[in-house]
Design a protein around this ligand. Structure first.
Ligand code: UZ0
Length: 221
C-alpha cells in the first residue's frame, strides 16, 4: 500500500503513472482520493465559490478507509466516483477496483489522516515549487475545466493555498520519501521502483520460506 501526497498540480499523477509503468510485471491499482469527494448539498451548490475542496472534511475518509482496508485484505472493492462538473459523488459502486499486489493511493491529503497513514507501507510526498504548481493549476483549470483565470486565482488565494499551508505541507513530515520536482525526478522514481521490487521479492520469498519473514523483520530489511 503506497500513498502519494502533495499540493495540487505537484505532479502526483505523473509520479504514479511512471511508477506503474515501471512495474509492468506486477498487478498494480491506482486509487484517487478525489473519487471520495463528498457530494455538495443544494445549499453548498448555491455558492460553490465559498466551498473549500482542499479541506480534509471535503472527503469521505471513512469510506476511503474501508475501501483501502478491503484492498489490503486482497479483496476487490467498488469505490465511488466524483463528477467535477456537478460536484456530486457517483456511487459508491461506480468504480470496480480489483485486488492487486500493489495499491497506490494518490491525492492532496493522503498523508493527513493518521488512520490512512497507518495502512500505508510507503508514504511519498511530491514536493514541487508552489509557483510552478500555481502556473500548472491555472493552465489546467482554464484549458481543461473551462474556468477563467480570475476565478482560479480567487479560489487559490482563498482555499487552495491556505489549505496547502495548514493541512498538506504539514503532512510532508510523515513521508518516507520526498520527491523534489515530481515527475521530472527519474532518480527518485527509479529508487522507489527498486524498493518496491525488493519488498515484493521478500514477500514472495516469505511465502515459500515463512521463517524468512522473521529474518527480514528482525533485521529490518
Ligand atoms: N479548487 N480546488 N480545489 C480542489 C483541489 O485543489 C483539487 C484536488 O485534486 O481539485 C479541486 N476540486 C475538487 C473538487 C471540485 O469539485 N472542484 C475542484 O476544483
Amino acid at each position: 500500500m503506497i500513498g502519494v501526497a502533495g499540493g495540487t498540480a505537484s505532479g502526483k499523477t505523473t509520479v504514479c503513472n511512471l511508477i506503474i509503468s515501471q512495474l509492468h510485471d506486477q498487478r498494480v491499482v491506482l486509487v484517487n482520493q478525489d473519487s471520495f469527494y463528498r457530494s455538495l448539498t443544494p445549499e453548498q451548490l448555491k455558492n460553490v465559490k465559498e466551498y473549500n475542496f482542499d479541506h480534509p472534511d471535503a472527503f469521505n475518509t471513512e469510506l476511503l478507509l474501508s475501501c483501502m482496508e478491503t484492498l489490503k485484505r486482497g479483496e476487490a472493492v467498488t469505490t465511488p466516483n466524483y463528477d467535477f462538473k456537478t460536484h456530486q459523488s457517483v456511487g459508491p459502486g461506480s468504480k470496480q477496483v480489483n485486488p492487486a499486489d500493489i495499491v497506490i493511493l494518490e491525492g492532496i491529503l493522503v498523508l493527513h489522516d493518521e488512520r490512512v497513514r497507518d495502512l500505508l507501507n510507503m508514504k511519498i510526498f511530491v514536493d514541487t515549487d508552489s509557483d510552478l504548481r500555481l502556473a500548472r493549476r491555472i493552465k489546467r483549470d482554464t484549458v481543461e475545466r473551462g474556468r477563467d483565470v480570475q476565478n482560479v486565482l480567487d479560489q487559490y488565494a482563498k482555499f487552495v493555498k491556505p489549505s496547502f499551508d495548514e493541512f498538506i505541507l504539514p503532512s510532508k513530515k510523515y513521508a518516507d520519501i520526498i520527491i523534489p520536482r515530481g515527475g521530472d525526478n527519474d532518480v527518485a522514481i527509479d529508487l522507489i521502483v527498486q524498493h518496491i521490487h525488493t519488498k515484493l521479492g521478500q514477500h514472495d520469498l516469505c511465502k515459500i520460506y515463512p521463517n524468512l519473514f522473521v529474518f527480514f523483520s528482525t533485521f529490518q530489511i
